[in-house]
Design a protein around this ligand. Structure first.
Ligand code: HEM
Length: 393
């Protein structure tokens, strides 16, 4: 029997609070068809692992398809498996190791201090999105070598793409918005790649241009990789930052624990990733007919690893709905899992830890107002809101 639950995940009530829906999925079955989503939903921790650690034998990355993801004009590591994935990921991975990223720490601290400067000047109200979560855009843009005057465009393109992304399920107007952003971003990056080929500034885009010259990537792959870094690196990190602030504000006891012991900031971020993951679901395609969790999947079926639901799987976590920054450290899927595990996780962890630590130092009793979630189910988090800092003198 096919277990089925047809719920529109883009419905604002699901985006607002997806957790009751996840429990409904869990009680319906381990692998549940959703005709509104056009795919199978997988909410369990172990079943998500089965899907995400597979490298194309039964479950493959969703291939680049200009009809669905028009901003990628060539394959990227996130859309391929096997040897092509190893080649494309291998080109960039030396630039994202923990030690490579540690070299950015000083710069991250300077950017965070600058963004938090108004608090020291006595400003009590702070735009959470326009001010605080600008950190990842500045860092990704600087890494790629995008000049400061284009950071605003970069942020807009990234946000437009991530907010409207629905894996081909978006309506006509969202689709037109996506296409426009995709075209503008690619036109801009073409110009940047030419400038980098000519001037050779010391940055990541020049490193990729050199890899293209050495035959390790082709030119289209370089541009697609730059698009991927922007899209994967900005909105996700911005939303992890604001989701962490929301979670701590709503749990003042937990916030107090972290304020009293700032070494707990990294653990608090991991706990928020488990408790209220920013990435809700990671898509795959079944490569052949396969049985999973008692359901029979057909070749070509879409499969969604509901990683945010896995973060609340009672088989993995005791009292999963409770936010506990001192919880026993165990891996969660906030950065995905398996061969496509987030390449930028060390950078995202660094940016988030510095930003949260510095904000709590300056404004340990901050309050949030007018928080509005963006429309995206897949990358869920606030897109508007004010932070009342009540900064200490
Ligand atoms: C806290 C912020 C972030 C979150 C929550 C996040 C989440 C994720 C997730 C869930 C995946 C797996 C996708 C899949 O399996 O299909 C992923 C992959 C990826 N992320 Fe992140 N990410 C974050 C920040 C970043 C940053 C800062 C960068 C780089 C600047 C980045 C670059 C990538 C890349 C390149 C991949 C593809 C890896 C591959 O396919 O081998 N991410 N990310």
């Amino acid at each position: 029997m096919r277990r089925q639950l047809d719920v529109n995940v883009m419905d604002p009530s699901v985006v607002e609070d997806p957790f009751p829906f996840y429990e409904e999925v869990r009680s319906t079955g381990r692998v549940v068809w959703n005709s509104s989503l056009g795919g199978w939903m997988v909410p369990g921790f172990d079943d998500c692992s089965t899907v995400l650690t597979d490298h194309g034998a039964h479950f493959a990355a969703v291939p680049t398809n200009p009809e669905v993801l028009p901003w990628f004009e060539a394959p990227t590591m996130i859309s391929v498996d096997g040897s092509t994935h190893r080649r494309l990921r291998g080109c960039l991975s030396p630039l994202f190791t923990r030690s490579s990223v540690a070299r950015w720490e000083q710069r991250v601290r300077v950017v965070v201090d600058k963004l938090l400067e108004p608090l020291l000047d006595g400003h009590e109200s702070f735009d959470l999105i326009a001010d605080f979560t600008m950190i990842p855009t500045v860092i990704v843009a600087e890494m790629l070598g995008v000049p400061a005057e284009r950071h605003g465009d970069f942020r807009r393109w990234s946000n437009t793409i991530v907010s409207n992304l629905s894996w081909g399920h978006e309506d006509a107007s969202a689709r037109a918005t996506l296409l426009r952003a995709a075209t503008d971003l690619n036109i801009y990056l073409r110009e940047e790649i030419q400038r980098h080929r000519r001037d050779r500034p010391d940055d990541l885009l020049t490193a990729m241009v050199q890899m293209a010259e050495a035959g390790e990537m082709d030119e289209e792959e370089v541009r697609a990789a730059a698009v991927l870094l922007l899209i994967a690196g900005y909105d996700t990190t911005a939303k992890v930052l604001s989701n962490t602030l929301v979670a701590l504000e709503r749990h003042p006891d937990q916030r107090r624990v972290v304020v009293d012991d700032p070494t707990l900031v990294p653990a608090a971020i991991e706990e928020v990733l488990r408790w209220c993951g920013t990435v809700q679901a990671v898509p795959r395609v079944a490569t052949n007919d396969v049985s999973l969790g008692g359901s029979d999947l057909a070749a070509g079926d879409m499969v969604y690893a509901f990683v945010a639901a896995a973060g609340r799987d009672p088989a993995r976590w005791s009292d999963p709905a409770r936010l506990d920054v001192k919880r026993e450290a165990k891996a969660n899927y906030g950065f995905g899992w398996g061969p496509h595990l987030c390449l930028g996780a060390p950078l995202a962890r660094l940016e988030s830890a510095v930003a949260i630590e510095q904000l709590l130092l300056r404004a340990p009793e901050y309050r949030l107002h007018d928080i509005e979630l963006g429309p995206s189910f897949f990358v869920r988090g606030p897109e508007r809101g004010l932070l009342d800092a009540r900064a200490r003198a």
